[in-house]
Design a protein around this ligand. Structure first.
Ligand code: NAD
Ligand code: UDP
Length: 315
C-alpha cells in the first residue's frame, strides 16, 4: 500500500504518517511547512518507506508512484494562523482539494478529506449531527476556513458522483496532543504553554463558550477505521466530553501546578459558542468511540510540551 498524506508534517498528519509506516505501508508526505515542522517527522525521514515532497498543494502535483490512498490534510487549521493567512487557507481548501482529487482520479486512488466541525459554524443545533447543514457567516473572518472546507466537501462529492471516486470525509472536532506547535495558537497548546512558562492564561470572552476535545490517538484510530469501511458520507469524529473554556483553563492550571493567572481578553469575532459532536454514526458504523478522557490526554500533552520547552531552553 502507498499512501500520500498532504499536511503530513503537521500535528495530525505526522501521527497518521507514523501509524501508516508502523503498519508496513509506504508513505509520501507532501507539506510546505507553513504550520508544520520537520521535527514532527524527524524519525520518519530516514525510514526507507517514507518520502517527503516539499510542495504547496494549492499548486498542481505530479508524482511517478502509483498511490492507493490520498489523505488530504493540508490546511491552516488554527484560527490564529488562518486569520493571518486567509487567502492561503482558501487556496489549500479549494485549489488544494481540487489538485488532490485530480491526482486521486488519475491514479485510481481512494480519497480521504480532513474536514471539520467548523462546517457547522455557530451551530444552532446541539450536539451537532451530520445532517445539520450549519450556520456559517459566509463573509466573516472565519469564512476563509469554514467555506474552504465546505467547498472542499462539495468538490469531494462532485468528484464522487461524476468520476466515481471512493471518498471518506471526517468532520473532525477539536483534537489535541503531542506534535502541536508551541506557537500553534489553539486553546489547549496555548494554555499548557502559558501555564508551564508561568505566563497569564489568555481566556477569550468570559470563557463560557464550550468545546469537546478529542485526544489524537483516538482520532487516528477513527481515520484508519474509516478507510476500512465503505461508508462514503461525512462522519463526525471527536470526543463528546464537553467543557467550558474557563474550566479547561482551571484544569490545566491545576494539572501543571502553575501559578499563572487567568487574563480575560476580547472574544474573537464569530467564535462558535458551543461545539459537541453527535458521534452515534461513527460509533455504529466504525464500532469506534474515544477511549482517552480529557485528563489523561492532557497529562500526555503536558508531558510533551514540558519536553519541548526544556529542549528550547537548552538550545
Ligand atoms: P497543522 O497546522 O498542525 O497541520 C497542517 C499541515 O498542513 C502543516 O504541516 C502545514 O505546513 C501543511 N500545509 C498547510 N497548507 C499547505 C499547503 N498549501 N501545501 C502543503 N502543505 C500545507 O493542523 P492539524 O491540526 O494537524 O490539521 C490537519 C487537518 O485536520 C487540517 O485539514 C484541519 O483543517 C483538519 N482539522 C483539524 C482539527 C484539529 O482540531 N486539530 C479539527 C478539525 C479539522
Ligand atoms: N481560546 C481562548 N484562549 C486562547 C485560545 C483560544 O480562550 O488562547 C478559545 C477560543 O476563543 C475558542 C476556544 O478557545 O472559543 C477554542 O479555540 P481554538 O482556537 O482552539 O479552536 P476553535 O475551536 O475556535 O476552532
Amino acid at each position: 500500500m502507498i499512501s500520500l498524506v498532504t499536511g503530513g508534517a503537521g500535528f495530525i498528519g505526522s501521527h497518521l504518517c507514523r501509524r501508516l509506516i508502523e503498519r508496513g505501508e509506504r508513505v509520501i508526505c507532501v507539506d510546505n511547512f507553513i504550520s508544520g515542522t520537520r521535527r514532527n517527522i524527524e524519525r520518519l525521514l530516514s525510514h526507507p518507506q517514507f518520502k517527503l515532497i516539499e510542495h504547496d498543494i494549492s499548486e498542481p502535483l505530479y508524482i511517478e508512484e502509483e498511490i492507493d490512498w490520498m489523505f488530504h490534510l493540508a490546511s491552516l487549521a488554527s484560527p490564529y494562523y488562518y486569520l493571518h493567512y486567509p487567502i492561503k487557507t482558501l487556496k489549500s481548501g479549494l485549489l488544494g482539494t481540487y489538485n488532490c482529487l485530480g491526482l486521486a482520479k488519475t491514479k485510481g486512488a481512494k480519497f480521504f478529506l480532513a474536514s471539520t466541525s467548523e462546517v457547522y459554524g455557530n451551530a444552532l443545533v446541539h450536539p451537532q449531527k451530520e445532517e445539520y447543514w450549519g450556520n456559517v457567516n459566509p463573509i466573516g473572518v472565519r469564512s476563509c476556513y469554514d467555506e474552504s472546507k465546505r467547498g472542499a466537501e462539495a468538490l469531494t462529492y462532485a468528484y464522487m458522483r461524476k468520476h466515481n471516486i471512493e471518498v471518506r470525509v471526517a468532520r473532525i472536532f477539536n483534537t489535541y496532543g503531542p506534535n502541536m506547535q508551541v506557537e500553534d495558537g489553539r486553546v489547549v497548546s496555548n494554555f499548557i504553554v502559558q501555564a508551564l512558562k508561568g505566563e497569564d492564561i489568555t481566556v477569550y470572552g468570559q470563557g463560557r463558550q464550550t468545546r469537546s476535545f478529542c485526544y489524537i490517538d483516538d482520532l487516528i484510530e477513527a481515520i484508519l477505521k474509516m478507510c476500512g469501511t465503505d461508508y462514503r458520507l461525512p462522519l463526525n469524529i471527536g470526543n463528546p466530553e464537553e467543557i467550558r473554556i474557563i474550566d479547561l483553563a482551571n484544569l490545566i492550571l491545576k494539572m501543571t501546578n502553575s501559578r499563572s493567572k487567568v487574563r480575560f481578553l476580547p472574544l474573537p469575532e464569530d467564535d462558535p459558542e458551543h461545539r459537541k459532536p453527535d458521534i452515534s454514526k461513527a460509533k455504529s458504523i466504525l464500532r469506534w468511540e474515544p477511549k482517552i478522557g480529557l485528563e489523561e490526554g492532557l497529562r500526555r500533552t503536558i508531558k510533551f510540551f514540558r519536553g519541548v520547552l526544556e529542549e528550547q531552553k537548552n538550545l
